[in-house]
Design a protein around this ligand. Structure first.
Ligand code: ZN
Length: 221
C-alpha cells in the first residue's frame, strides 16, 4: 500500500516519514531526496529543477510526475511492500497520477494521505528557532536543541546563522503557500475517505505511535 505523509514545514514530516516507513517495513521515497540527488548529479532534470527552486517556485507537474513515478516503478521494495511518500503528491493532478501508478503496481488499496496537524503558531515558533553552523553544518533549535552558549556552535565554535527561509517574516509566507497549495490535495483524498488526520502537536514518540496506528488501520481495512 502507498501512504503519503503530508504536513507543513516544521510539522516533523521528514523525521516521522522515515520512522514510519521503517516501522512498517516499507520503502521511503521523498521528492526532496530525488531533487537533491538530481541537482547534485547535475542531470538535465536536476538543472531544470534548480532553476525552479532558484525562482522560489514548485517544480511543475510535467517535470516532477514522470521522475517521481518512474522512481516508484523502478523500486523493487516499493512494488513488493509499498511505500511512505514525502513531498508527493502536491497537486490533484499528481494525486491522480499516483492512483494510477498504485493500481499498475498491483496494490488493492488506493493511496491514503496521512496529515500531520500542527497549529500555525507552533509551526512559526518551531521554524523560527532553527539555527545553522556554516562551519560544520550542525543544526540547532533554540526550543528543542539549543547550543550550550547562545549563537555559538558546540562542535566547532563558529557563529550560528539563520537561513533566510527560517526567518520569521518568510515563515508566514511559506506556511500560507503551503496551505493554499495543499488544500485541493486534502480535498481530493478527503472526498473518497482516504484522509487521516493525526495530531502532530505532541511529543515525537507520541506522533510516531499515532501515525503507526493510523497507517496499520488503513492497511488492514
Ligand atoms: Zn559548527
Amino acid at each position: 500500500m502507498i501512504l503519503t505523509l503530508m504536513g507543513a514545514p516544521g510539522s516533523g514530516k521528514g523525521t516521522q516519514g522515515r520512522q514510519l516507513a521503517r516501522a512498517l517495513g516499507v520503502a521511503y521515497v521523498a521528492s526532496g531526496d530525488l531533487i537533491r540527488r538530481a541537482m547534485a548529479e547535475r542531470t538535465a532534470w536536476g538543472e531544470e529543477v534548480r532553476s525552479c527552486i532558484d525562482q522560489g517556485l514548485y517544480v511543475p507537474d510535467e517535470s516532477i510526475v514522470p521522475a517521481f513515478l518512474s522512481t516508484l516503478r523502478a523500486s523493487q521494495a516499493v512494488s513488493a511492500v509499498g511505500a511512505v511518500l514525502d513531498g508527493f503528491p502536491r497537486t490533484t493532478e499528481q494525486a491522480s497520477a499516483l492512483d494510477e501508478a498504485s493500481r499498475s503496481l498491483g496494490f488493492s488499496h488506493q493511496p491514503v494521505a496521512l496529515v500531520l496537524e500542527v497549529p500555525e503558531d507552533v509551526l512559526v515558533s518551531r521554524l523560527s528557532g532553527r539555527w545553522l553552523c556554516r562551519g560544520c553544518h550542525a543544526t540547532y533549535n533554540v526550543q528543542s536543541h539549543p547550543p550550550h552558549s547562545a549563537g555559538v556552535c558546540d562542535a566547532c565554535g563558529q557563529a550560528l546563522e539563520q537561513r533566510v527561509d527560517d526567518r520569521r517574516d518568510t515563515i508566514q509566507q511559506r506556511l500560507a503557500i503551503f496551505r493554499d497549495s495543499t488544500s485541493p490535495v486534502l480535498a481530493f483524498y478527503g472526498a473518497r475517505g482516504g484522509l487521516v488526520r493525526v495530531d502532530g502537536n505532541q511529543s515525537e514518540q507520541a506522533v510516531g505511535a499515532a501515525l503507526l496506528v493510523a497507517a496499520r488501520s488503513r492497511a488492514s481495512g
